[in-house]
Design a protein. Structure first.
Length: 117
């Protein structure tokens, strides 16, 4: 099983980034996919989720309108489009896969997002 994130980097406040997660080794279309983030000294928090068929999404309230999660079950990828980035969005962003049928969950290695002028 692999979850490989990409797309992180440094961006100025107000900028945009698109994170991507490529999945392999499991039945991607049976898993809810999520993005979490962890800032220095803080606990990991859920940013956004999308159900296996992409029919439902969930966002932390203060991220609505700035972050958009999407998935492509044909390509086994999930993306997080982030706009209007703020310094407080600085964190390591992790891709997560959780089975909707079994007690299985997987994590990526994370990608750093730094929002700074």
């Amino acid at each position: 099983v692999q979850l490989v994130e990409s797309g992180g980097g440094r961006v100025q406040p107000g900028g945009s980034l698109r994170l991507s997660c490529a999945a392999s080794g499991f039945t991607f279309s049976s898993y809810t996919m999520s993005w979490y983030r962890q800032a220095p000294g803080k606990e990991r928090e859920l940013v956004a989720s999308i159900t296996s068929a992409g029919s439902r999404t969930y966002y932390l309230d203060f991220m609505k309108g700035r972050f958009t999660i999407s998935r492509d079950n044909a390509e086994n990828t999930v993306a997080l489009q982030m706009i209007s980035l703020k310094p407080e969005d600085t964190a390591v962003y992790y891709c997560n896969a959780k089975s909707e049928w079994l007690d299985r969950e997987y994590w990526g290695q994370g990608t750093q997002v730094t929002v700074s002028s």
